[in-house]
Design a protein around this ligand. Structure first.
Ligand code: S3P
Length: 433
């Protein structure tokens, strides 16, 4: 999809109607990778449409998997982990941290040389959280800045199972180590400091891989997932932007259908409820170990709240959307214990601070979060800073304001949700401008 680099939006138009957002990005990456690790063919429908998941598909093809399509399904066929072959060129993960970190865990156990790289933003993001524990398993992984930054150079080796105690509650790091563990002799244990998204554990268990979860500890033995058919549920991180847009724009009433309701992903629903939002989450089924349902949101008056502690990993990608909710709420919202925001696709503490200030919102940046004083916002000239979630956050703030705002660098939205502007137009009834 051709996405323009500038978005003009405004008019305080209410959002009304039903929407199915693109497939969950985290589940989509895993579905492609697990499909390549399984012997045989897997069929995936409603795969995420953004550039990040495309990067995973492209890299898997470079590693010898076949990624094609049949009707509206993406078909992944591989010869199991043993079918991975040495890539001829650098593996370009573009802007996608999940592609790089998770595949580092797979490639650490493959008997060939591979190099993972990406765009300037990804090359600046921390990789030590994956590389260091992989070293403990006997992996040969090098990289820039003392192996803490990409490009990562991996010479696959025989891995030994160890117990990892993660310092950061990172699902990408956890997943990398579990996929390395699938190739190691013995039982690999990964202990997280607090809950992080658990798609890997749920999906691998549903696909008969040898994994056992006990609270914050996941144990895995040598093995592989089986091939599968999966209809990927909608991405709650994408839905969160529409949920906030509806909550802050008077007259709104929307339903987001077929959304992943994984408890590690829908923390934003609880935060919005605490802020006084009119939100209803209804779980109606399960696919591949993942609860699925729908989310209804109606506009209402919001108040400030505090987001801190163990809640943070369950809303980490939704903080840009929640910061916009805070900007339109009555009172003060504080985000604490969220230093991870600094190492996302942009430094989201810095970029949210800069953009909310342009909107005239009272905002203070802290080392581990933000303080937002809601209630005053006016149209402005805004920037995505090359970060898809900052782009969407600014679009929903702009939509709630009477005058038009401009979001520069809009194209960044393509990482996860190229169709976002079209879907916003559809719900607001606005014509293309
Ligand atoms: C993801 C995990 C999170 C999240 C990212 C996707 C995943 O990152 O922010 O957008 O799919 O595992 P961390 O693992 O760095 O917390």
């Amino acid at each position: 999809m051709d996405v323009p680099d500038v978005l003009v939006v405004g008019g305080a138009r209410p959002l009304r109607g039903r929407l199915r957002v693109p497939g969950d990005k985290s589940i989509s990456h895993r579905a492609l990778i697990f499909g390549a690790l399984a012997a045989g063919s897997s069929a995936i429908t409603n795969l995420a449409t953004g550039d990040d998941v495309r990067a995973t598909a492209r890299v898997l093809a470079q590693l010898g998997a076949t990624v094609g399509s049949e009707g509206d399904a993406v078909i992944v066929s591989g010869g199991g982990v043993a079918g991975f072959t040495e890539p001829e060129d650098v593996l370009d993960c573009a802007n996608s941290g999940t592609t790089m970190r998770v595949l580092a865990g797979v490639l650490a156990g493959r008997p060939f040389l591979s190099v993972l790289s990406g765009d300037a933003s990804l090359r600046a993001r921390p990789m030590g959280r994956v590389v260091e524990p992989l070293h403990a398993m006997g992996a040969d992984v090098d990289g820039r800045a003392g192996a803490t930054c990409a490009p990562l150079v991996i010479r696959g080796a025989a891995l030994r199972a160890v117990r990892h105690e993660l310092v950061v509650a990172s699902a990408q790091a956890k997943t990398a180590l579990l996929l390395a563990g699938l190739q190691a002799e013995g039982e690999t244990e990964v202990v997280s400091p607090s809950p992080s998204r658990d798609h890997t554990e749920r999906m691998l268990a549903a696909l008969a891989a040898p994994i056992v979860v006990d609270g914050l500890c996941a144990r895995i033995a040598r093995g592989a997932p089986r091939s599968f058919e999966l209809d990927v549920p909608g991405d709650p991180s994408s839905a969160a932007f529409f949920a906030v847009a509806a909550a802050i724009t008077p007259g709104s009433d929307i339903v987001i259908e077929s959304m992943s309701c994984n408890p590690t992903r829908v923390g934003f629903v609880g935060v919005l409820r605490r802020m006084g939002a009119d939100v209803e989450l209804t779980v109606s089924g399960e696919v591949c170990g993942e609860p699925v349902g729908e989310l209804r949101v109606r506009a209402s008056e919001l108040c400030g709240t505090t987001i801190a502690g163990d809640e943070v990993p369950t809303v980490i990608d939704e903080i840009p959307a929640l910061a916009v909710a805070a900007a339109f709420a009555d009172g003060v919202t504080e985000v604490r214990d969220a230093a991870e925001l600094v190492v996302k696709e942009s430094n989201r503490i810095g970029t949210l601070h800069e953009e909310l200030a342009k909107l005239g919102v009272g905002v203070e940046a802290r080392g581990d979060g933000l303080v937002v004083r809601g209630g005053r916002a006016a149209a402005a000239d805004l920037s995505s800073h090359g970060d898809h979630r900052i782009a969407m956050a600014m679009a929903i703030a702009a939509n709630a304001l009477a005058a038009d705002s401009t979001v520069h660098g809009w194209r960044a939205v393509s990482s996860s949700y190229p169709e976002f502007a079209r879907d916003l137009e559809r719900l607001t009834g606005a014509g293309t401008r």
